[in-house]
Design a protein around this ligand. Sequence first.
Ligand SMILES: *Cc1c(COP(=O)(O)O)cnc(C)c1O
Length: 428
Amino acid sequence: MNHKKSQAAFETAKVRIPGGVNSPVRAFKSVGCDPIFIASAKGSTITDIDGNSYIDYVGSWGPMILGHCHPKVVEAIQSAAAQGASYGAPTELETQLAERVCDAYPNIEMVRMVSSGTEATMSAIRLARGYTGRDKILKFDGCYHGHADSLLVNAGSGAATFGVPSSPGVPEDFAKHTLTATYNDMDEVRRLVMQNKGEVAAIILEPIAGNMGCVPPLPGFLQKLRQLCDDEEIVLIVDEVMTGFRVAYGGAQERFDIRGDLVCLGKIIGGGLPVGAFGGKREIMEKLSPEGGVYQAGTLSGNPLAMSAGIATLDLLKEDGFYDQIEEKSAYLEKGLSQVTGASKIPTCWQRVGGMFCTYFQEGPVTSFADAKRSDLDRFGLFFRRMLDEGINLAPSQFEAGFMSIAHTKENLDKTIAAVDKVLKTLD
Ligand SMILES: *Cc1c(COP(=O)(O)O)cnc(C)c1O
């Protein structure tokens, strides 16, 4: 497969864009090759500027659950654009999308639109702090909630205590308000909360951790967190930026029957345009400006193009049997891959919830970030590059999820299974 034009484009981009990309993981650094530059995409297929086509399991990192360029979404964006791209004044479209979101998530009584998942989580944290009058938050190691300062924090080594910034530029003074715990480790959460009794404003988590591969919550974990938050009057923030409208119309909260006090959304609700949202209990949301004192704003928030794409997308997702089809396709892929990986000597572990999944290069099971990090990353890099050569576009990191779309055909899935079979044999 020839990537000459992509390589040239990358060299040119690096002159003016740090690392040549506008979001780090796109640079393919952890898989040891240069990124492909994209020309177009349609349905389940993405095409690079050298003319190579790939079956796409990245789906813009989650939003494209309908596949690329769904005609109804394209039409919605085009007709909105013809009415004006942005007004900086309210439109009925914003209420229409808000109503759909509240309809899908019964615990969201009110919702505010923003332009990215990062903004959603950052604002939800501020709101939780404003509402409780407390400063500390608790997050989980390996959960990603965007790149706001207080969320870019890892656990220190050993027992998690106060956070250590995971990026230069994040002041320790900020990080010290962030406690980090091991995903799925309820004892550790309880210990941290008790050590900081009356000081924790919020616990934020991915209800299925998709930024360390695909790590489902252990049975009872979410329910116990919910109970602890109730007992200690802590705001539970469920970050469904990835899982919302992905693993069910009502997200992971519907699937696992648990309700956050605040919920963050993004990705799918923008239908491929830049959108985020956070919402929840009326009592908390009313603290937001201009009703309350917690400040939050955005020039392009509720943008009519993005709202139109989101509305068109959600209406298609709501059609009967949509998620059954996503489940069926994902289960078909799972079955085929498990035959192939079962026959291979290479240790792999497949984890999936609905249309999000990951193959770890290790025995597994993976229940935490520490587990995920035990994967054979060199082998994953080689696997990734060879899969690309076979025409399969996977997320360029062992710590990212793959995504199924409704546009993936049985032929696509069979081709993927055959490619994995072939590539695994070259890795022996
Ligand atoms: C992608 C993601 C975010 C950040 O969203 P952006 O739109 O990239 O800012 C936050 N939380 C989770 C769980 C995500 O997957």
